[in-house]
Design a protein. Structure first.
Length: 718
């Protein structure tokens, strides 16, 4: 054990600096990649097109079959027909156009009649010729209309009287309206013109007038149904978007053993990345990135979780050893998986690491390690069937770890460790049954039976390993765990027995100080359990000369009456160094030894100093001070206050709340002015909290002795 401790000290010395600690994690990462890569490296496939497959091949991941997806999208695009829109307003436009032609002819005829009617006696006006009227009509019409309509048709309109033109207009407009209200595409224009011609040909118009109406009717017929590219594209895009990507799902069978490898199957194997000549590069890079992400995140998590920089190297090296432990166990169990059955993975002691780290480093680090362990287990126990990750293994290890941490929060005696193992096993059984039922599996399956048995053994094995390994880690890394503190608080410890039998007054004093200190430490976030245990042992040095301390003087005789103040001072002060020596002799933790040395700091033994001062004014106060050191931790500072407060209140007559508060306040002020708290992290705000806690606890202790104002009033009246 001693050699292991020395080895740990050498390792911790190597990794004191942040750079060295970073290299430690890099080394762990490289080791992890080496161990993980065989579990993620794809097998080499010997596949040839149009030959039977030598094995059943599954897709290692979910990936999109882009070619099949595009093919389906193109088919969906082609299924969408062209969209056409009908311009119904064109009907009225063409009718208005025909009507305007007839109106223009009417206006020309009316203008000529008005000119003739307004002629004077001196001027003789001749009527316009047909040619002049034709020219006037063409000028009024748009060039498009004038060019499109045959000149002969226009002549007929000009030569026709008003009544006949009205009939022609009605017949033509009716025919045009009848045809234009129907859909007419570009390829159907000629057919529509023919329909209007047929309608007009059966009209009762004279032959020449009929031909003119046919000419105007054919001219009026135009396309009113048009292709809409925007709407067509929108519908096609919508149809394309509705097509789900074709995916080759993770674990999907691409080809069964013995089936023919067709061109499409071969293409799917290529899409899944199973035909690449070098398939190890990407998984190797992926493993590196995964390990870097997991360990990098945990590295910064532990740096934040370990506030005390002086202990950081110790804790990081400790985690490195625990890490190697559970990674080695995982690798060993994967070898068992290969030679036995897949369910052997549930035998892995998943609660071991979280329980160890909960006891040694605290819950925060333990929760982080549970996640790291679960992520790694998902790869180690993936079985390399269809995926690089096993969801069942991840959940099983994560749930086991979290339950273990939560179960150890309220106590860490050995009995609690075995109780935690039992709880983890029960939760694991519930998890196994829930997964089986979710998969609609049978509860009487043989494999499920083995899984449940291994789950129980996993919890038991975790507890046994924790109890066996914990003393090794505690002694090797010098960590004072909660479990160790609880064991030290047992009254059957040899030193506590010695204290009780040889110095019963000091023992009672220590218990009272423990009650005060624990409550006060917990209010400022310090370690209350450490304070309580340290209080039990802080005055153990008084067992060397028990009767020189007032609480152990039963017969009223004070041996200091026969000694000089200087000699009495030496005996009183020696109890701190004597106590530290005894604690080291019994191999108590360094934290307890330090508090025994620090609980008086460098304060002075005032009673004997004043006695010496009365005899010799040249006596120096420094020679009547404790050797120290001053309290270095919040726990030591709180115990130093509680120690003085308890001793002072014990001799108080007729204690009241006001007296207790004044006493506590005066002791704290005196320690502050003396600089006893200069070397610890206790703030002024925390000191106020400690004072309040001490007052509250003391009021509870002396409740039956406190004289309240109303009681004094009753006594006065009586």
């Amino acid at each position: 054990m001693e050699s292991f401790y020395q080895f740990i000290q050498r390792v911790k010395y190597l990794f004191q600096g942040s750079i060295a600690q970073l290299f430690l994690y890099v080394g762990l990462g490289v080791l992890l990649v080496v161990l993980l890569f065989p579990h993620v490296r794809p097998d080499d496939l010997n596949i040839e097109m149009y030959n039977p497959s030598p094995e059943t091949i599954r897709s290692p991941s979910t990936i999109e079959d882009v070619e099949s997806t595009e093919k389906r999208r193109e088919e969906a695009r082609k299924r969408v027909q062209d969209v056409y829109i009908v311009r119904l307003e064109y009907t009225q436009n063409r009718i208005d156009l025909i009507t305007s032609i007839f109106q223009t002819v009417e206006e020309i005829e009316r203008a000529e009649t008005e000119d003739e009617g307004n002629g004077n006696s001196t001027t003789t006006r001749t009527s316009l010729s047909i040619a002049d009227k034709l020219d006037a009509l063409k000028e009024e019409l748009t060039p498009e209309v004038a060019d499109e309509i045959d000149e002969q048709t226009l002549r007929i309109l000009l030569q026709t009287n008003e009544q006949e033109r009205s009939v022609m207009q009605d017949v033509t407009v009716t025919a045009v309206n009848s045809v234009m209200t129907q859909e007419i595409s570009s390829s159907e224009v000629e057919e529509a013109k023919q329909r209007v011609e047929d309608q007009l040909r059966f009209s009762s118009l004279p032959s020449s007038r009929k031909e003119a109406s046919i000419e105007l009717g054919r001219f009026a017929i135009v396309q009113n149904k048009f292709y809409d590219p925007t709407q067509t594209d929108e519908l096609r895009e919508e149809a394309v978007n509705l097509v789900e990507p074709v995916q080759i799902l993770e674990g999907q069978v691409i080809v069964e053993q013995g089936d023919l490898v067709t061109r499409d199957v071969y293409r799917q194997l290529d899409v899944a990345g199973l035909l690449q000549e070098d398939q190890s590069t990407k998984p190797l890079i992926g493993t590196f990135l995964f390990v870097a992400l997991v360990l990098g995140g945990f590295f910064f998590h532990t740096k934040k979780g370990i506030a005390d920089h002086s202990h950081r190297a110790n804790h990081l090296v400790l985690f490195a050893f625990v890490f190697l432990l559970f990674v080695g166990l995982m690798k060993g169990f994967t070898l068992l998986t290969d030679v036995t059955m897949p369910t052997i993975a549930f035998l892995f002691p998943a609660a071991l690491t979280p329980m160890l780290l909960t006891v040694l480093l605290g819950e925060k680090i333990a929760f982080g390690s549970s996640l790291v362990q679960a992520l790694l287990a998902s790869m180690f126990f993936s079985e390399n069937v269809s995926s690089n990750f096993s969801a069942i293994s991840l959940l099983f290890v994560l749930i086991s770890g979290v339950v273990a941490v939560l179960s150890l929060r309220r106590g860490t005696m050995k009995a609690n460790v075995f109780q935690t193992g039992f709880i983890v096993a029960m939760v694991g059984i519930v998890f196994q049954l829930s997964v089986t039922l979710l998969r609609s599996g049978s509860l009487f399956d043989e494999e499920l039976g083995f899984s449940l048995l291994f789950t129980i053994l996993s919890g038991v094995l975790s507890s046994i390993l924790v109890v066996g390994l914990l003393p090794i880690f505690e002694s090797g890394f010098g960590i004072l765990s909660t479990m160790k503190l609880i064991e030290l608080s047992n009254p059957n410890h040899p030193l506590l027995k010695k204290l009780l039998t040889e110095t019963p007054g000091t023992y009672h004093h220590s218990v009272m100080v423990a009650n005060l200190s624990e409550a006060a430490c917990e209010t400022v976030g310090a370690n209350g359990l450490l304070a309580r245990v340290a209080c039990y042992y802080h005055d153990v040095g008084k067992t060397v000369r028990p009767h020189f301390f007032i609480e152990n003087q039963m017969n009223g005789r004070n041996p200091h009456d026969e000694l000089t103040p200087s000699r009495s001072k030496d005996i009183i002060i020696a109890h701190t160094t004597d106590g530290a020596r005894l604690l080291k002799q019994y191999k108590l933790p360094k934290e307890v030894v330090d508090i025994a040395k620090e609980h008086h700091g460098t304060s002075s033994v005032k009673y004997f100093y004043h006695q010496a001062k009365e005899k010799d004014e040249n006596v120096k106060e420094a020679s009547f001070r404790y050797p120290g050191p001053k309290p270095q931790t919040r726990e030591a500072a709180v115990i130093s206050i509680a120690d003085s407060v308890e001793a002072a209140t014990r001799s108080m007559k007729s204690p009241t709340e006001e007296k207790i508060e004044c006493l506590v306040d005066s002791i704290v002020k005196e320690r502050l002015q003396d600089g006893q708290f200069d070397e610890c992290e206790l703030t002024m705000q925390q000191l106020q909290t400690v004072k309040k806690s001490l007052c509250d606890t003391l009021k509870g202790m002396f409740h039956t002795r406190i004289e309240y104002p109303e009681d004094r009033e009753k006594e006065k009246n009586s």
